[in-house]
Design a protein around this ligand. Sequence first.
Ligand code: ADP
Ligand code: MG
Length: 228
Amino acid sequence: ITDQLADQRRAAWSDIARRIAHEIKNPLTPIRLSAERIARRLRAGGPDLPETIERGTKVIVDEVGVLKSLVDEFSRFARLPEMKPEPVDLAALAASAVRLFEGVRDGIDVRVDSRLSRDRVLLDPEQIKRVLINLIDNALEACGPAGQIVVRLSDGPGGVTIEVADTGRGIPLRDREKLFLPDFTTKGRGTGLGLAIVSRIVADHNGTIRVEDNRPRGARFIIELPAA
Ligand code: ADP
Ligand code: MG
């Protein structure tokens, strides 16, 4: 089984490399075309020069933004960040992740519902925040213009449970086993890396992650972290 897993991993990595190469090429074309157009106009002169520059630089800045987020996400996945577990106020950490999404969209309500009896949980705060951001980001995307997203925290003798539930479009059964692979995405501009990063961080914490249907609709990601 271990050999098979290693093979699968290698295959997944070469898929990622291909995908990254492809994704980087996409924004390069509009960047080059914009730069060429600006240079051409600059030489030719004419009254529409400022407009050409404005439009061209906007395309360049936008596409560089796309490249940057791609590279950020890729390097986060490629790097093996050292786990730095410490006793953390998980409710406060979740609130800080949720705050990033406040007012992002009028019809979306994002909140934390904490029923933790522990004051502190031993985990890597930066990485778990990254997990929450990825899950909330996906939930937001799945909700479209309106919906509710709840980050629910609870614990018991066995450990801590973190749930991210949304009222979005939900996840078809056939997609569920592919969800956590590094190249699975249903979005035109998605990288497919988000949930791969999430599951890796959860595994580094010796935890598990699974997805279920949310009721009455949407998806519910459930992370269980063992008691330290
Ligand atoms: P990306 O967001 O770049 O597509 P992810 O690994 O974060 O990559 O997610 C993979 C896919 O899983 C998404 O494209 C989407 O189809 C599906 N998905 C993830 N989270 C949700 C959710 N909360 N509701 C519905 N679909 C989801
Ligand atoms: Mg995502």
